[in-house]
Design a protein around this ligand. Structure first.
Ligand code: ADP
Length: 507
């Protein structure tokens, strides 16, 4: 191992794209970051401009290299991590996307999902093979929507001209040459979010792709999360550099948090919340509303699987209070507003803006703010909004305990919302287990950096990840059990008020 080189991670996230350069001890040497436009053409639709994202990737790579005064030769390997499920379809001949990327939060594919379920089996139709319920969240139905709705797309797809990828594959293909020899590859973790991959064999399921009307020629080759996929394109900022790691963002955070043993779990608090628990080398089916997914696969070693609880809206509820209601002017300001009151004043806020994900998977749900009286003010609403994150996390943790048969004893956390200390204390109170924050909070980018660095021998393996991990702060439960149970019971009641809202004729 040499100290003179660094590893770069490109984190293509939901709201921004970042490039982070790490040294061998996982210290951050430099960062570049740029937000991209969130496009909301209709209620329930969320899009990104994939071409803008690719421009931003190049810009943030330049920023990071420039700030650290490094040349591409100083980088031992590049890893990619990304918003998962978001579907990009582009023309391989020109490199042009045929439509905006359809983002994971987008609910336009509900009808497609209902029609597929009606073929038999309902929402569980593909679950035994792909580990996922039929839901608007995943990529497959989004590809189908593009082929059905973009003029000429299906013909081009059938002629073999179109490619699909989550943003990892889009970025990799462009980084390795685009129309000029770009490598069309994804990793097992991203593939496990499409509804098109067999969890057991880690290969595409042709029958499901056929039912969804997706030509196999569009799909990227599935590889491990840690191997050299290709080199940075000639004349690019990373010319000749090995691109050697890909992990979906939540799997990357799980890796960066060193969750390598069965039963180890982490929870990421970002736009949404995502809790993953390592279940070892065979997939465990969920009976309690969790997803079965691939956690990581290092080169030729066996794949490691996880159970995942995905929550669509947590941090984005704070953004909604800022952007749509205007009761705060920045996200951290919610802390002051929430601290202006003693408690939630009886208000419970269930942010079912995209329906409810884990553990309910209710696409017919919509948001509700309940328990309102003349007493409730904006401080209580801020408080209820923060508490919603903690209550939703408790529901996922309960599901994990039930599925795995073992009770989690502590929870490693990361993501933007963990800066909020009052929220972390409330989280420990509502879970009844310790909540632990690591010293290096950039676990997502770090996980991708590790996957790439391990592939080229910059790090020797998982032990280096464990050695670099250190605890920063721990919150211990302080609420008494009766109070915890009372509040959680009211939350559960509030959730039931969101069900059955969407009718067929909803606009
Ligand atoms: P992502 O990677 O999903 O884009 P981040 O991990 O960067 O998200 O987290 C950002 C989220 O954290 C935003 O949704 C924001 O509203 C929320 N957030 C940031 N600071 C605070 C805070 N002090 N209290 C509560 N939420 C916060």
């Amino acid at each position: 191992m040499s100290d003179t080189k660094y590893v770069m991670a490109i984190d293509q996230g939901t709201t921004s794209t970042r490039a982070i350069i790490f040294d061998q001890h996982a210290n951050i040497i430099a960062t570049g970051q740029k937000e991209h436009e969130q496009i909301f053409p209709k209620a329930g639709w969320v899009e990104h401009d994939a071409a803008e994202i690719w421009v931003n990737v190049r810009e943030v790579v330049g920023q990071a290299l420039g700030r650290a005064s490094l040349q591409n030769g100083d980088i031992a390997a590049v890893g990619i991590t990304n918003q998962r499920e978001t579907a990009v379809v582009w023309d391989k001949r020109t490199g042009e996307p045929v439509y905006n990327a359809i983002v994971w939060q987008d609910t336009r594919t509900q009808k497609i999902c209902d029609e597929l379920g009606a073929l038999g089996g309902g929402a569980e139709r593909y679950k035994d093979r792909v580990g996922l319920p039929l839901a608007t969240y995943f990529s497959g139905p989004k590809i189908r929507w593009i082929l059905d709705n973009v003029e000429g797309a299906r013909e081009k797809a059938e002629a073999g001209h179109l490619a699909f990828g989550n943003t990892d594959a889009w970025v990799l293909w462009n980084m390795t040459g685009g129309p000029d020899g770009g490598v069309h590859v994804t990793d097992v973790t991203n593939a496990s979010r499409t509804m098109l991959m067999n969890l057991d064999s880690l290969s595409w399921n042709e029958e499901i792709a056929g039912e969804m009307g997706i030509p196999m020629s569009m799909l990227p080759e599935i590889r491990s999360s840690s191997e050299v996929y290709g080199q940075g394109r000639e004349k690019g900022l990373l010319a000749g550099m090995p691109i050697a790691g890909i992990l979906g963002d939540q799997q990357a955070a799980t890796f960066g948090q060193a969750c390598f043993e069965v039963g180890h779990a982490k929870n990421t608090y970002g736009t949404g919340n995502f809790m993953l628990i390592n279940t070892g080398t065979s997939p465990v089916p969920s009976k309690n509303g969790l997803l079965t997914t691939v956690c990581y696969k290092i080169g030729d070693k066996d794949a490691v699987y996880a159970l995942e609880g995905s929550i669509a809206v947590t941090g984005s509820l704070v953004q909604w209070l800022r952007d749509n209601l205007g009761i705060i002017s920045s996200a951290p300001e919610i802390e002051t507003l929430a601290a202006s009151v003693e408690d939630n004043g009886g208000a419970y806020f269930v942010p079912a803006f995209s329906g409810l994900f884990a553990p309910y998977w209710r696409s017919d749900a919509r948001g509700a703010l309940v328990g309102l009286t003349r007493y409730v003010n904006k401080g209580h609403i801020a408080r209820a909004a923060l508490e919603a994150t903690a209550f939703q996390t408790r529901e996922v943790l309960d599901a994990m305990n039930a599925d795995s048969g073992v009770d989690l004893t502590e929870l490693k956390v990361d993501g933007g919302m963990i800066a909020n200390e009052a929220l972390m204390q409330f989280q420990a109170d509502i879970l009844g287990v310790d909540v632990v924050r690591p010293k290096i909070a950039e676990t997502t980018a770090l996980g991708a950096a590790y996957a790439a660095g391990i592939a080229v021998g910059y790090w020797s393996g998982e032990q280096d990840v464990i050695d670099n991990w250190a605890e920063d702060k721990r919150w211990t439960p302080q609420m008494d059990t009766d109070e915890r149970d009372r509040q959680y019971r009211l939350w559960k009641k509030a959730v039931t008020k969101t069900f059955d809202w969407v009718d067929d004729d909803v606009k």
